[in-house]
Design a protein around this ligand. Sequence first.
Ligand code: ATP
Ligand code: MG
Length: 798
Amino acid sequence: MIEKLNPEQQAAVTLPAQHALVLAGAGSGKTRVLTTRMAWLIQTSQASPHALLAVTFTNKSAREMLARLSALLPINTRGLWVGTFHGLCNRMLRAHYRDAGLAQTFQILDSADQLAAIKRLLKATGIDDEKYAPRDVQRFINGAKEEGLRPDAVEAHDPYRLRLVEIYRFYQAQCERESVVDFAELLLRCYELLQRNGPIREHYQRRFRHILVDEFQDTNALQYRWLTLLAGGGAPIFAVGDDDQSIYAFRGANVGNMADFERDYAHGTVIRLEQNYRSYGHILDSANALIAHNTARLGKNLWTEQGEGEPVRVVEQPSDLLEAQWIVDEIKSLIGEGSLRREIAVLYRSNAQSRVIEHALFSAAIPYKVYGGLRFFERQEIKHALAYLRLMDNPDDDTSWLRVVNFPTRGIGARTLEQLSDLARERGTSLHKAAPLVGGKGGSNLLKFAAMIESMAHEAQVLTLPELIEHVVHHSGLLAHYQTEREGADRLENLQELVNAAAVFAGEENFDGLPAGRMVELPAAAQAGPDAFAPASADTAVSATPAGNQAASDTAGAGMAAAGLIEIDAQHGMSPLAAFLSHASLEAGDNQAQAGQDAVQLMTVHAAKGLEFDAVFITGVEEGLFPHENSLMEQSGLEEERRLMYVAITRARQRLYLTLAQSRMLHGQTRYALRSRFLDEIPEEHLKWLSPKVRVPVSSAWEGTDVASRGWNAQRRGDAYGRPATGQIAPRAPRSLASGVTVGQQQFRIGQGVRHAKFGDGTILSLSGSGQDAQAQIQFRDVGTKTLALGVAKLEVI
Ligand code: ATP
Ligand code: MG
């Protein structure tokens, strides 16, 4: 297992039990080293499998790590503490729900649920949602939580901020009342549990003898504190990361954790890996050259023994439709040459790009799987079905209640619901409990709904998870509703997919030891709650006598279970339904039902971190899209985009394609763009242009323009290609039209020189609108950038 590694990797795997940081570039084997170290610790009897805690960045990578681990060692990986921060925190909170002050059936709010809950709160409390925009409130609350701050601890002096803090307080009260927790709350609640509850903290500190963290560069302040709290009993933290791949700063990730960790813990035990085993030379050198343009770097060098391989192919197409078509044709020929579909990935910067690519793949009958993008669990029909399911478990979940109380319609109007909300608020109870208090016709309809939920919950007792979902879809009226809806067929298919997903979920490792998917009585240990909790000497024994094999660790496990230490496999404390709902919230978009299928992989660049594929298409390599326009205001934003491109490029093993379109339909508008500056940052020798490289590079054409004006350089209503609504692809338009508008007799194009009577000579940077509404952003030689209405400003083309 170790012989296959290079000397630096071996040194990292076999480090003595001490804090350490592996700082290395993409594809240098960080994840492999981390996994091998876990196997090595087990095999050399330094730790039992249950004494390891490993944190990954996505559920997908957690699964891959478990798969790699079981390939290395003949152990059962079920019940190991390997997962994401959110997943692991959820597990601890489920096991200690009472100590954490949560209801046993607490539900998880995903980001969209949270936003809906905030909107509802603002409405109920009469707070002006223009002044306190729900999204700003959401950002404020999550930001505070990620710093570990409860409302009382948030500093606020001005009235606006004071009010935000008050909303945060209301929001918490609402969540408590409804037994729901948002993503940030999972972490904060778990952190507080460990911090405040000495016995529980000490238990986990004794239990975890080694803590291993992948993608360490993207941890936030609270995650870092959570880790150091768990390590407080002396467990070494083995962290691996790459500062050049830090891409979550917008969500509070702090790459500074790496330097802090080195200073405070690793004390110079920093291992660097420089050999890349993933990509061929042209790909790797492109990545190296690109990232060299960033200033804030810890500095690394990557090389490969694999030879140059093929150059990176670059293709520019007139439109996003043709870009997608080109990609699909290329994928066809790759498959024709014997490539596996799952070894081909199409990456995009923004989720909105996926629709056109999906459409093209679908039309070509090529199976594909979207990760994260069109989030399966976030589709309307799935959310409705999940809301019913959540109510089975917890009828006090007001968010779910409101979502489906009148869907399908049951004659419950806004007035009735308002009345209900008022009553619930006055009494301090949930909507479900307040339902009998409402009078009149509306009231009796509410009661019928409440009774339906209760009877479904009752019937749920004897059904398997997939059966339960079918039952709910049928008896809630969703089935009948979608059967009559025009686009209902797709939705019904998705609901069927949900049943399949539940079947796969119930049949997988999740409930080993339980009849597959059967709703069963909770094990006694899970019901016992805090009284059953007593730190056990058996647990200390685990660390004192390292268990080197499965039998030994099983014995230790039995000892802990006997002592009532229920976290030993917290999933056993959850009903299959609760576990499935957690899974749906935490793993949105990762539809396991399709996991085994050989399908082309579609995902955002963010979601691709840590993964690798034989062939990778990076799409939309355009200014304003990649780098994204929102990032261009600040230098740090641009550097984060460049790291994102670095991540994208380094996913490829053998073949890399960079594709771009001159025009694209995004958010209902056709936009025109120049090629991304990132293309110009890769030396020509690594690139092979498959389409003529004609346009002026950004860097030389727009010298002296401020970065903000380099974004999307044209926006226009309508479609330059006269693309019919049916989505057919229109013939290629002449190039000059692709980025131009016509006003009166005159045609304007991006890059064109113009003369204005007052401002003098300049160049058109961007165009928007059409006809008399058309506007141009112009970089004048003497007076800077101005935006002019083309119908009014008398411009002369020069
Ligand atoms: P990223 O930064 O993208 O997460 P990483 O540093 O975690 O990358 P891995 O995914 O662990 O890199 O490794 C990249 C590829 O190289 C994997 O396919 C891995 O199996 C392979 N690899 C790593 N080390 C070796 C080695 N010593 N010999 C052969 N292959 C190796
Ligand atoms: Mg990795």
